[in-house]
Each structure stands twice: as C-alpha cells, then as structure tokens.
Design a protein around this ligand. Structure first.
Ligand code: SAH
Length: 363
C-alpha cells in the first residue's frame, strides 16, 4: 500500500539517488507534512503501540519518586528544571508531578520543560497537564534548554531516533541504503563505497551493525549539561545492555510488526537502543553513568509492590486490572516481556554519588 510520503520518497530517490536509513527514518517520522509523529497520536490500545506510562499510573509515580529522591540528594536546589524528552501524551509527567507534591520544596523550585517535536502530541501534553496549573515550556530540541540544574526523564525516546545500518560483505562494511527497484518500489541496497570508519570492526559476513549517531550526540550534550550545571537523567527503553550485531530496525502498525519500507509516514519506526553505547556517550560528555538494569529491577527497587497493593486496597473493584497492568511492566518470563526487554540507565554529575535504584550507596 502506498502513502503520500512513499510517493515523495520515491521522487526524492529517483532524483538524488539512494538515501541512508537515517534519512529515510527521519523523513518517515518527522517530515513536516506527512511524518508519522507530526500527524497523529500513535499511542494507546487503538493506536500503533502502547508504552509503560499508558499501561499503569504506577510507572510515572515511581519515576516521580525517583526524581524526588534525586532532588533531595542534589541538596534541594531552589531553582532547577524537570525535563522530559518525548513525553507522548504527558501521562508520565502528570503521574510523576502528582506524587512530587509530597516532596517538600520540589514543586516550588521546579520549572517544567518538555522536548517534543510533534505538534499533535504537544497539544495532548498541554491538555493532560493543564489541570496542574503550572507553566510549561516546550522545546523542539535539547539545545534550547536553560542553563540550570536538571532532572531529566526519557521513556521510549531514544528508540524513536533515526539510525544507520551497515552490512558486512567479503570486502568490508557497506552502508545499507534505501533505493528503488525497476518498478520504482523502495528496496534496501548497499553503498558501493566501503565504510572506512568500520574497517577494523570484526564480524561474520552478512552481519548487520547499527550506528545511532543522533542518540549519541543527544546523550553527549545532556551529559555535558549535567556536568556543567548539575543533575541527573533517567532513561528507560527497549534494547540491549551490551553492544552487538543485529538488525533491530522495525515498524509497527496497530500493534503488528510490518516491513519498515512499507507505509512510510503511517507506521511507527524504531530500533532497539544500545545502552552500552549510550552509557559511553554519557561518559564522553563528562557525566557518570550508572549500571544498566532491567525495567523489572528498576520498578521493584522503586517500590512497585507496595504501591500496587496500596492501589488495589483503595480500588477493590479494579484490583484485577491494576495488578495485571503492574505485573506486565515487570514481566520477565520471556526476552520480549517488558520487565526484561526494557532497560534503564541513569547518568549524573560526577559529584552526585550513588544513583537511587541503580547503585548501592557506599557505606
Ligand atoms: N514517552 C512517551 C512517548 C514515547 S513515543 C511514553 O512513554 O508514552 C516517542 C516520543 O518521542 C513521542 O512523544 C514523539 O513525538 C517524541 N519524539 C520523537 N522524535 C523526537 C525528537 N527528535 N525530538 C523530540 N521528541 C521526539
């Protein structure tokens, strides 16, 4: 099935030649007219995918408590910013702010900054957060964030950033490019030029290597920010703790995986996050990364069980649904289950000390 964006992409490639997967993903997700995130709310059971904050309010509440604890460890700064990258419908932020009311001083000092490119989702965030009656500043990128201490949250943000892919051939690595076949249908091909910067990378022929340059740049900049002005960041996403080979580029439409070359602009496109690389980028920017843990460990350490029990006691008629949703977040019965597939990484200013939920406090 063709889409208006596929037509544009075919015309672009016919004119300019094959394009990188990075450019293909960027246009598919963020083309101002037809980009996936520019035109719709992708979330929820009737959307294309569902995320942890949309599954249970407990997710945002526990991350809120984490922010509160970090605020205390930062010495309760009088002025700082609470930042979220890619806030979706604003659900995580709303749930977090609700629990942060109980942390003395937090809301007095916090400025709320949301980094969001989608006009549709910005509107939803505005609606979700309006009842809190607090000023909110939106940013198209992290570059315009004010120079202040920061507590930063990012759930399922890095997976949405475009990546490049390379394939190992007998003579070396070649970038995978999106081109056209004789019928003017989008197909994957390989660049004729070998990728010189990967010459030393060893792998079997046919292996695919992914490079998330945009994610690395954003992580390095955030790390520099924390290093300069203080603070912490927590990121949760699906992906792997150790770098490796493999093709993780995927497209989702109505909760089903489809070929990413089909329906550009109308299906979500993502890749799995390489947490080892993210952690290295944070270090390169001068921040200190935590260990990488599973979402299950993160949420259990933040007190998922007592919070779930408190909620079910307060809402006995919804007890089954509440329990089911919470258990889904920490499910580790298969590698694809959320508690195991999703990982968490925190980074901080070098003087911050042990990061709550990640690192054992030094005695
Ligand atoms: N964090 C939310 C939404 C995840 S979907 C949740 O957990 O429910 C990815 C989010 O990142 C969306 O809000 C999308 O619009 C936003 N996004 C994607 N690319 C972005 C970019 N380059 N800069 C800022 N936001 C981006």
């Amino acid at each position: 099935m063709t889409t208006p964006l596929v037509k544009d992409l075919v015309a672009l490639i016919a004119q300019e030649g094959p394009i990188s997967i990075e450019r293909y993903m960027a246009l598919s997700l963020s083309d101002p007219r037809y980009g996936y995130y520019m035109t719709r709310d992708p979330l929820g059971t009737r959307g294309d995918f569902i995320t942890s904050p949309e599954i249970s309010q407990v997710f945002g509440e526990l991350l809120g408590l984490w922010c509160g604890e970090c605020f205390r460890l930062m010495g309760a700064p009088e002025s700082f910013m609470l930042v979220e990258l890619g806030p979706g419908r604003g659900t995580l932020m709303a749930d977090a702010l609700r629990v942060l009311k109980i942390v003395p001083g937090f809301l007095d000092g916090a400025e709320i900054h949301l980094v969001e490119t989608s006009p549709v989702l910005r509107k939803m965030q505005e609606t979700t957060l309006a009842p809190l009656g607090r000023p909110i500043t939106w940013h198209a990128s992290i570059d315009t964030l004010p120079t202040k201490p920061a507590i930063v949250l990012a759930n399922e943000f890095f997976d949405a950033l475009p990546i490049r892919q390379y394939q190992k051939e007998a003579q070396g690595w070649h970038e995978r490019l999106v081109g056209l076949d004789d019928d003017h249908t989008l197909i994957l091909g390989l660049s004729a030029e070998p990728a010189a910067h990967l010459a030393a990378l060893k792998a079997d022929e046919g292996s695919v290597y992914e490079e998330a340059r945009i994610a690395a740049t954003i992580m390095r900049s955030l790390a520099r920010h924390l290093r300069s002005y203080g603070g912490v960041m927590l990121t949760v996403d699906y992906g792997h703790s150790q770098s490796g080979m493999g093709d993780t580029w995927q497209a989702l439409s109505q909760h089903q995986f489809i070929d990413p070359l089909l329906r550009a602009g109308e299906a979500d496109q993502t890749s799995h996050v390489d947490f080892q690389k993210l952690s290295e980028s944070a270090q390169a920017g001068g921040a200190v990364p935590s260990s990488i843990i599973t979402q299950r460990d993160l949420l259990l350490r933040l007190g998922l069980e007592p919070r779930m029990q408190q909620l079910t006691r307060g809402n006995p008629d919804r007890s089954y649904d509440i329990t089911k949703a919470c258990l889904r977040l920490i499910d580790h019965t298969s590698p694809q289950a959320m508690g195991q597939l999703f990982k968490a990484l925190a980074i901080s200013h070098p003087n911050f000390g042990p990061i709550p939920a990640f690192d054992a406090p030094s005695s």
